[in-house]
Design a protein around this ligand. Structure first.
Ligand SMILES: Cc1cc2nc3c(=O)[nH]c(=O)nc-3n(C[C@H](O)[C@H](O)[C@H](O)COP(=O)(O)OP(=O)(O)OC[C@H]3O[C@@H](n4cnc5c(N)ncnc54)[C@H](O)[C@@H]3O)c2cc1C
Length: 414
């Protein structure tokens, strides 16, 4: 290893650690330097809006990897170090302490950050975004003293925060500007199911409404003012209105971006020697029938791990492109929502099971093939659907809807 220029990875989370470890597993024998601007060692993000906020998970349970991981993989993890600029021609990364590092290959796994709202009161005490462990610890401390929470945004993070705050016994209102919850991610049926699930558990849901401004008393938020003239009294506001990819390093270096750093199936960017993976990367996904989606940022653990694995394979000359079925989960109360595949307008949705009983799946078919499935408390069907989507399997919609048919023993036609 001595004397060789390193692989430098900027961003130490799912994609960064996975890329480093996979490269080592595939025999990469130059030094690997993993830079992370956060002071914590890499940790799990999903529990931040779930168990950590609800109180069932402690911060010291969140480590992404065990004690010996970095040493065993000869990964030089440098926490609390921010990359401030890159020069792909000189193959150099500038750091926030004024020093710089030369690299053989650079990987940008810088993830995403919370989108913010430009409105009066956005910077008040009591107003939170949720992306990092530090964000979550601040929010958790505020919830301990709060009574009323206003969540702006009815997406996954907003709804998980709402569920966690209800679990803590707080009054919660969710304000969503679209006419339904999770409008970009799920079908109208699933949106109404989740709306009802939250209402049944005591959450006030306001759809088609926007928060125009936040009002303060002595510098602390006390109310959210709505576009219909109404207002919501609250002592904590959580803004969950999506994430923006951290593309600035790439943009400043002239690397192609379009809602994310544009990459191919091996994480290669437009600049030689620069890879990208995870929430920051945008790529086309190919389904089991060979159909490619437009370039997308999937913002999921699966996509971060898979993109990093594919990038490492290309780096090590083993060329195993990004593949597999995209999947995602969300825990709200005792409801486990699991999603596999990608839907498109025009797909046929088939319901199996009973939403009223909080156990059902919605399968999405395109030209008779299963392309996606969204399940609530049906882990077995989620796993089956992943296999079918991967295989581009054809399945009869009536059979799918019939709960007397045991899907496990049934072989769909390819
Ligand atoms: C609250 C929450 C709940 C979630 N729940 C789920 C879930 O249930 N299921 C699921 O599949 N996904 C979930 N996600 C999404 C998932 O966490 C992300 O898809 C995943 O973290 C992406 O990993 P990443 O490595 O690409 O980026 P990130 O995890 O965002 O990490 C990027 C890292 O790079 C660092 N960085 C950025 N710029 C620099 C720089 N210039 N120098 C040094 N370091 C830098 C950042 O500080 C950060 O630590 C959740 C996300 C959040 C925030």
């Amino acid at each position: 290893m001595a004397g060789k220029l390193p692989l430098v990875i900027v961003g130490a989370s799912y994609a960064g650690t996975r890329l480093a470890a996979t490269a080592r597993d595939l025999g990469y024998d130059a030094p690997i330097i993993l830079l992370g601007e956060e002071s914590h060692r890499p940790y799990q993000r999903p529990p931040l809006s779930k168990g950590l906020l609800a109180g069932s998970v402690a911060p010291d349970e969140l480590a992404l990897w065990g004690e010996g991981f970095y040493a065993n993989h000869a990964i030089d993890l440098r926490s609390g170090v921010r990359a401030t600029g890159i020069d792909p021609r000189a193959r150099e990364v500038r750091l926030d302490d004024g020093s710089s590092l030369r690299y053989a290959t650079l990987a940008l796994t810088t993830g995403a950050r919370c989108r913010t709202l430009a409105m009066a009161g956005a910077g008040l005490d009591g107003v939170f975004g949720l992306r990092s462990l530090d964000d979550a610890l601040r929010l958790r401390a505020a919830l301990a003293d709060a009574t009323r929470v206003c969540v702006i945004g009815g997406g996954f993070i907003g709804l998980e925060v709402a569920a966690s705050a209800r679990r803590r016994g707080l009054a919660v209102e969710v304000v969503e500007s679209a006419p339904r919850l999770l409008a970009r991610a799920v079908s109208p049926r699933l949106s109404s199911y989740l709306e009802r699930a939250h209402r049944l558990r005591g959450v006030e849901v306001r759809l088609g409404r926007q928060v125009r401004a936040l009002r303060a008393d002595a510098g602390r938020v006390v109310a959210a003012e709505l576009d219909d003239g109404g207002s919501i009294a609250c002592d904590v506001v959580v803004v969950g209105v999506g994430a923006l990819p951290n593309v600035e390093l790439a943009e400043q270096a002239g690397i192609a971006t379009r809602n994310g750093i544009v990459v191919d199936g091996f994480g290669r960017t437009s600049a030689p020697g620069v890879l990208a993976a995870g929430d920051v990367a945008s790529l086309a996904h190919v389904d089991g029938a060979g159909d490619a989606s437009p370039p997308l940022r999937l913002e999921s653990i699966h996509a971060a791990n898979e993109g990093a694995r594919a990038a490492a394979s290309g780096l090590c000359g083993q060329m195993r492109a990004f593949g597999g079925v995209p999947w995602f989960w969300s825990d709200q109360y005792e409801l486990k929502l699991q999603m596999a595949g990608l839907t498109r307008a025009g797909d046929t949705a088939v319901l199996r099971g009973d939403p009223e009983a909080d156990r059902f799946s919605e399968f999405h078919l395109r030209d008779g093939r299963v392309v996606a499935a969204h399940s609530v408390n049906r882990p077995g069907e989620h796993m089956l659907a992943r296999r079918w989507i991967e295989a581009g399997a054809r399945i009869d919609a009536r059979m799918l809807a019939d709960t007397s048919v045991d899907l496990k023993g049934w072989q769909p036609t390819p």
